[in-house]
Design a protein around this ligand. Structure first.
Ligand code: NAD
Length: 487
């Protein structure tokens, strides 16, 4: 791999995300040679730690043997500075250390500021980075922002305005870790790499598209965050909107961040923003009740007993453009569902005439072709076709052509964060959300939220281990369709 050169400053450097995902991902990049001699890391947070204690923590987070020489060399590039992000004076201390590391490792003034902190601090940190001179270098300055990016359009815009005072749009990398997943990136390969697929990819041949992000767990220990967010904000506004825009967009002029983003934005702009009546008909929310050995959401720790938070959402999305008019996208996501998986089901229209199902033949009616993209946990595709059953007579049956990434390859699949950190070093924004994408997604989601805030839901309304409330099935059955994945 080409070696990349940069200083990293991790704000919130002792947090759960940093230890669990970010440092192990950096170590993978180190082992592959993307990071080698010319990188340095400053971890910073409120906790008081020495450089050595921090290095020990980072080492532990890598999950390698105590004698691992690579890991030892890797963590020797890490230093630590206790720091309150609201304290202006401390940025001078950070700057001094940053300049030192720049010299030691010959970093050419390249800097990546990774904000793995509560979003309420993003604006403050970005402001001080600029005013206190940390961005005054000859190299690149890039800022990485964790989710959530606002809680509605207005707060997202405020946040963006604050960031824009210090960084230009192309310096801001908004993480949506779904975009780092191998199979999400495969949506583009499958669509634009195959005449067979792209020539049918429109409302003439596709009946509907279904996107399901299903989680088996409940809120776990993130309840106090989640209760103020809910499934619509936590999953639909970002991950689902990103997946849907990759599925719906036109072919980008070239496979570069600027061109791909332009098409995603265009797709999101043609997404129909619902009025009150449409939002109530086309969206369903849910909250899980009690199940076997499982407390109801309202009885979870740190959740108010009268919480109306959504732990499930299903909806129908309509694009008002020539390609998609009349072909709905159905989406759903929730906690405490039957299984943990993410998949996209593309349901094609049935043949206009079924010549096999005449009365003497007793053949079951032809089924629709379905292209399923399995995003996780197993990555792969299946294409369901109709074929003749083996043997005498003439009966048809659906068969599956399939491809799955084998176990060896899936072990070698880069973690989303590994890919994303690498992209930031390359300055490639393809797999990050642009401000325009974020803002159009909020514009859509805010309408749903507004309607929900006016109505009292009948919660709880689904049992753990199901696929959500009955209303989510009714939503699609009303259109004479069914979820491809159902229990
Ligand atoms: P965390 O609570 O585990 O860590 C927060 C860090 O911020 C700690 O290091 C803490 O010391 C530091 N901090 C808090 N206040 C500070 C202050 N005033 N000055 C300096 N440092 C301060 O949080 P986390 O789970 O690591 O999440 C970090 C970010 O990543 C958040 O934006 C979160 O929404 C996002 N995120 C986390 C996950 C996850 O799996 N943990 C997933 C997606 C997004």
């Amino acid at each position: 791999a080409t070696e990349r050169t940069s200083l990293f400053i991790f704000f919130g450097g002792t947090g759960d995300l940093a230890y669990r995902k970010l440092y192990p991902s950096m170590f993978n990049l180190y082992k592959k040679g993307t990071l080698r001699e010319h990188f340095g890391v400053i971890g910073t947070s409120r906790e008081k730690l020495t450089d050595q204690q921090f290095q020990e923590n980072v080492f532990k987070s890598l999950g390698v043997a105590k004698t691992d020489k690579d890991a030892e060399k890797f963590v020797s590039h890490f230093v630590y500075e206790a720091h309150d992000v609201t304290d202006k004076a401390h940025y001078q201390v950070l700057k001094k250390r940053a300049d030192e590391l720049d010299k030691t490792y010959k970093l050419n003034g390249n800097r990546i500021f990774y904000l793995s902190l509560a979003p309420s601090f993003f604006g403050t940190v970005a402001g001080f980075l600029k005013t206190e001179g940390l961005t005054d270098t000859d190299g690149f300055d890039r800022v990485v922002i964790e989710k959530p990016f606002g809680r509605d359009f207005d707060s997202a815009q405020q946040l963006n305005d604050a960031l824009s005072k210090s960084f230009d749009e192309e310096q801001i990398f908004r993480i949506d870790h779904y975009l780092g997943k191998e199979m999400i990136q495969n949506i583009e390969a499958v669509r634009f790499g195959n005449t067979l697929v792209e020539s049918l990819w429109n409302n003439r041949y596709i009946d509907n598209i279904q996107v399901t992000l299903s989680e088996k767990l409940g809120v776990e220990e993130r309840a106090s965050y989640y209760d103020n967010s809910g499934a619509l904000r936590d999953m639909v506004q970002n991950h689902i909107m990103q997946i849907v825009s990759l599925l719906a967009m036109e072919q980008p002029v070239s496979f570069t961040d600027v061109d791909i983003r332009a098409e995603k934005v265009k797709a999101l702009r043609s997404l129909r923003v619902y009025n009150v009546a449409e939002a109530s008909t086309n969206f369903v929310r849910g909250q899980y009740g009690a199940g076997d050995n499982q407390r109801a959401y309202r009885d979870e720790d740190n959740v108010p007993h009268d919480s109306n938070n959504d732990t499930f959402v299903a909806g129908k999305l309509l694009f008002d453009n020539y390609r998609w008019s009349g072909t709905p996208f159905y989406i759903r996501t929730g906690k405490m569902l039957a299984d943990k998986f993410t998949r996209v089901d593309v349901v094609f229209k049935k043949p206009l005439i079924d010549i096999f199902s005449f009365p003497q033949n007793h053949n079951a009616p032809l089924e629709a072709n379905v292209l399923t993209m399995y995003i996780e946990p197993h990555a792969g595709f299946t294409l369901r076709l109709n074929a003749k059953t083996n043997g005498q007579g003439f009966q048809t049956e659906p068969i599956n052509l399939d491809y799955f990434v084998d176990a060896k390859d899936s072990k070698a699949t880069p973690e989303p964060y590994e890919r994303l950190i690498h992209d930031v070093m390359k300055g490639d924004g393809t797999n990050f959300s642009s401000w325009q994408e974020v803002s159009y997604a909020w514009r859509f989601v805010d309408q749903i939220r507004k309607v929900w805030d006016l109505q009292q839901p009948q919660f709880p309304n689904y049992t753990p281990g199901s696929m959500g409330p009955a209303a989510a099935d009714e939503l699609i059955q009303r259109d004479h369709r069914q979820w491809v994945y159902r229990l």
